[in-house]
Design a protein around this ligand. Sequence first.
Ligand SMILES: NC(=O)C1=CN([C@@H]2O[C@H](COP(=O)(O)OP(=O)(O)OC[C@H]3O[C@@H](n4cnc5c(N)ncnc54)[C@H](O)[C@@H]3O)[C@@H](O)[C@H]2O)[C@@H](O)CC1
Ligand SMILES: Nc1ncnc2c1ncn2[C@@H]1O[C@H](COP(=O)(O)OP(=O)(O)O)[C@@H](O)[C@H]1O
Ligand SMILES: [K+]
Length: 505
Amino acid sequence: MKIFTAEQIRACDQWTVQHEQVSSLMLMEKAAGRCADWFASQIKSERFWIFCGNGNNGGDGFAIARMLYRKGFDIDVFIDFKNPEYSEDARINLQKLKEISGVDIHDFRQVSEMKFKQDTSIVDAIFGSGFHGSLSLDYQKLIAFLNSIQANKVSIDIPTGLSADGLSDSESVFIADHTLSLQFWKKSFLHPETGNFCGKVHILDIGLSPEFIQKTDTSQYIISDSTVQKIYRPREQFSHKGTYGKVHLIAGSYGKIGAAILAARAAVRTGAGLVTVQAPECGFSILQTACPEAMMLSTGNIFSENLHYEEGITYGIGPGLGTESETQNAFLEFLKKINKPIVLDADALNIIALDNAHLELIPKNSLLTPHPKEFERLFGTSANSFKRLEIAKENAEKFGIFIVLKDRYTQIITPKKTVYYNITGNPGMATGGSGDVLTGIITALLAQKYSSEEAAILGVWLHGKAGDDAAKMNSEEALIAGDLPESLGRVFNELKNSHYKKTTK
Ligand SMILES: NC(=O)C1=CN([C@@H]2O[C@H](COP(=O)(O)OP(=O)(O)OC[C@H]3O[C@@H](n4cnc5c(N)ncnc54)[C@H](O)[C@@H]3O)[C@@H](O)[C@H]2O)[C@@H](O)CC1
Ligand SMILES: Nc1ncnc2c1ncn2[C@@H]1O[C@H](COP(=O)(O)OP(=O)(O)O)[C@@H](O)[C@H]1O
Ligand SMILES: [K+]
């Protein structure tokens, strides 16, 4: 699914009005209808306070107010009495609303004097994708007041004060529990500094032109279920373990053998034909007990100093590896021997980060899976996550590598600077060892002859889905990394079923 800028969304809006049998007023009616249906089916409140601005976001708010009133809800609408200028479609919808005697329209400056009943929901239709600059004092006070109220809060299209494309200049931003975004994801929903204001994002299809969407280029995408279904290949009937590749995980050291176990369990559950763990002997008995499906190769006593290289193996290196000087030397020598894509995580990245020259040793099309701190060690600090993404793009291109930048919405950055955001997963996965599982998953997919790009996209999606399945079983709080490989089976079954549904009657 493509992510468009605010400007592209505006162009899509205009194109739809010019090329399809629909006026901008009808489009607003459709958008408002989808929102009103969502409110009626998802929100328990009997009454709504709807705050409307002077542009089309406000227009959506007026139409939503009318529709919710007709559905039997108690509605109060708040506008800016000091500014009588409206966009054409907002003006028409305000007029329609004024014709309904049961809806009270107030100046928003009166809100703090009004009695607030507990089950009221607050709707923010003040500013949407047309917002720029910062808010005047009156609006800042309004947003501060609304943010201070305990209520269910919903933003239409985008929380007021936020920009669709990145950081905004506004100091005050409406804090929503839900954002009903029209047709598209916006980039700002996907980054921590801005996404925190959106609450849960719901994308409502308002039927904008598929032709425009198809022909308009972008370099940023959401990984949708349909993208993953196209990548996924079910297993072949006449296959054997050799068909599904040999994985070697170079992982674990004294006190961190769990990381190797988690990666190994994930690799066997992701369908690799044969999995071997290269680890120090101190971990052998626990590894062989915890994951008997995997074989072992010794790399030392309590840390790795002697790595084994063989042709035809897919390597995933780093979880719990340690950064002893012997391990550093062994790993860097090992890198020089490899000429096909590998997966590098955790301490493998920390060793590379010790010297910029090490980056040159990474085979082309390899996958690096840093969390933000590891990313900083590799490529330097950045002021915010938008700048970090730009640095990631430059380096992915420069070194011909895929960077899997782990976050709430993990970003995959390709050597061509395309960005894929993953939206599966949940905060339950913020627990030690989740990243080790991802290394096992991606390495197993690479071994099964998925391309680096496919392995990254399918891998992060599967990992997040497994997290969602595990949270359903165990709650986000009680989720532990070891649950993730156990959940993969249900995720694969779902994926396989949707694959066959697409190809059979
Ligand atoms: N994307 C689409 O296809 C559709 C979009 N619609 C709505 O239209 C919205 C975009 O409408 P607009 O382009 O009119 O933009 P907005 O309504 O988001 O904002 C523009 C209005 O806000 C004012 N404004 C902007 N920045 C301000 C600031 N810092 N302080 C005070 N006032 C400020 C402008 O003067 C203008 O009146 C979307 O967010 C969505 O809600 C829907 O009506 C239907 C279809
Ligand atoms: N709030 C969150 N929502 C969704 N996924 C998350 C969240 N926090 C962490 N994750 C995921 O969990 C994994 C954590 O990886 P990492 O930090 O390397 O953990 P570890 O080093 O303990 O294995 C990443 O894949 C990340 O995307
Ligand atoms: K809004």
